[in-house]
Design a protein around this ligand. Structure first.
Ligand SMILES: [Zn+2]
Ligand SMILES: [Zn+2]
Length: 483
């Protein structure tokens, strides 16, 4: 299957396709849910978005070969092989002791093998990575007799074709090419009628396209597996085994046949899973796309507009998102970044920066405040937020980073700018600390503290301010003595 990749990620398979402009997007770039009730539109052209399916993003069949051959060694797989080997040995012993009656256990072995092979196809077609358990062989639609019916029907057709010469031989080749499609239909629908319906069989082969032909070739090779296993055993050993322990030899043959059946089942199932959308196969829960997250999708739309340099559209998109998610830091942040880099109107930058900084302060994300302020200052030089608590938080952050000048610039003139603000004492207490601890200007610090004690006498912080003043004075005397 030719795979399309995301227009923005060369290494990610496309999951969505715009019917109008042809844009291909991966699930990250278009995090929508295919189960969405409403029609999804393309960010770039408003055309309809079409879901390409999970199968589309699967790695190609060929790259999965090692996985197919390892499949029978997964937990339920080897348990089944062991059980089959045990049953073969047991029925072999019965056969020797009781003759023909032991045909029943042999039939059970064959039936289990058939059932398991079909269940493997069914499981893999839904993308389930684990083989069916023994118990699961008895669940669902019974298919063993139908499979025997299918084989008989194909046998009868081959017989008829055998009587019509060359065209018959051509027909037989076609027929054997269609047998896997019939088996796959039986596995996923559980109906012999479907499996023998020529239209459905041909449709399935056509839907899977060239991969189907590839599958046939691989199946032909893989079907030789059990013979090759026998060929690996030295003739002498084989002879001795047949003589002394014929049951063990039988068990080996049965288990290796079942192993290769499982491998072939995994191959057929994988091909079906790759095309499950067109074939109406419901994938297992582990492959279901996450439920619709409208916020993520709307953010992704803005990101695509930015990638296309459509900044005005991206700004409009983000302004809409801010209205819908007024307290969402990630939304506010993205809009802020966009405003600051896209030559937006300075008033708009100022207005949103104010809001964004306030939200950061409320959310206790103070470490991001300086970055946001400096980005805004690149658009609006000398910009200062209006809110005094925001300014104090910014000054505190600058103080922590030992950048005293910008800290003072933010709160240094508050007694003129906002003399009656309730936040003035806290801000000026910080200012005094910046002067004393940062700029080593105790004189200025004492001046600020005196101003506070005089102008806000009964304030809750008065005690703290008084103490700090005493400490500065005491330390000043100590250093004078030391000096
Ligand atoms: Zn489009
Ligand atoms: Zn992408």
């Amino acid at each position: 299957m030719a795979k399309d990749y995301c227009g923005y990620h060369v290494d990610k398979a496309a999951a969505w396709h715009c019917v109008s402009c042809g844009t291909l997007l991966c699930q990250d770039c278009f995090p929508a849910s295919p189960d969405s009730a409403r029609q999804l539109y393309c960010t770039l052209c408003s055309g309809n978005m079409h879901y390409l399916g999970v199968g589309h993003s699967l790695p190609p069949f060929w790259s999965q070969m090692p996985r197919f051959f390892a499949y029978p060694f997964r937990t339920n797989g080897w348990i089944f092989l062991a059980l089959l080997a045990f049953l073969t040995i047991a029925s072999g012993k019965l056969l020797r002791a009781h003759g023909v009656v032991a045909g029943v256990p042999i039939f059970i072995v064959v039936a289990l093998g058939i059932r398991q092979g079909l269940r493997v196809i069914e499981f893999c077609s839904r993308g389930r990575s684990r083989p069916p358990s023994i118990r699961e062989l008895f669940d669902g639609n019974p298919t063993v007799l139908k499979m025997l019916g299918l084989v008989l029907a194909y046998g009868a057709m081959v017989r008829v074709l055998g009587h019509v010469g060359w065209p018959g031989i051509a027909g037989m080749i076609c027929l054997s090419g269609l047998l896997p499609a019939s088996i796959m239909l039986l596995a996923i629908h559980g109906s012999l009628r479907d499996a023998l319906d020529p239209i459905q069989v041909v449709q399935l082969a056509a839907r899977t396209g060239w991969s189907y032909l590839g599958l046939i070739l691989v199946l032909i090779v893989t079907a030789q597996g059990p013979q090759q296993v026998v060929a690996l055993i030295p003739a002498a050993t084989l002879g001795r085994l047949a003589e002394s322990n014929p049951e063990v030899l039988m068990a080996m043959l049965v288990a290796s046949t079942a192993y290769f059946n499982m491998v072939m089942g995994a191959m057929m199932g994988y091909l079906l899973f790759q095309h499950h959308q067109g074939l109406d196969i419901r994938p297992d829960d582990e492959h279901r796309v996450a439920p619709a997250d409208n916020r993520a999708l709307e953010m992704a739309r803005a990101a695509i507009l930015v990638r296309e340099s459509r900044y005005q559209d991206a700004l409009r998109q983000m302004a809409g998102m801010v209205a819908d998610y007024p307290n969402d830091i990630a939304v506010l942040e993205y809009y802020h970044k966009l405003l600051c880099v896209s030559d937006a109107d300075p008033d708009r930058v100022q207005l949103h920066t104010e809001r964004y900084l306030g939200a950061l302060l409320d959310a206790q994300r103070k470490s991001r405040m300086i970055g946001a302020l400096e980005a805004a200052c690149r658009v609006v030089p000398h910009y200062k937020p209006k809110s005094i608590p925001v300014r104090r938080a910014l000054a505190e952050e600058y103080f922590l980073q030992r950048q005293f000048k910008p800290a003072v610039a933010l709160i240094g003139m508050l007694h003129k700018e906002a003399p009656n603000s309730d936040d003035l004492p806290a801000a000026y207490y910080l200012l005094a600390r910046i002067y004393s601890e940062g700029l080593r200007d105790d004189g200025k610090a004492i001046m600020i503290l005196d101003f506070l004690l005089k102008h806000c006498p009964g304030h809750a912080m008065a005690g703290e301010i008084e103490n700090y003043r005493k400490v500065i004075l005491a330390l000043g005397q100590t250093s004078q003595v030391a000096g």
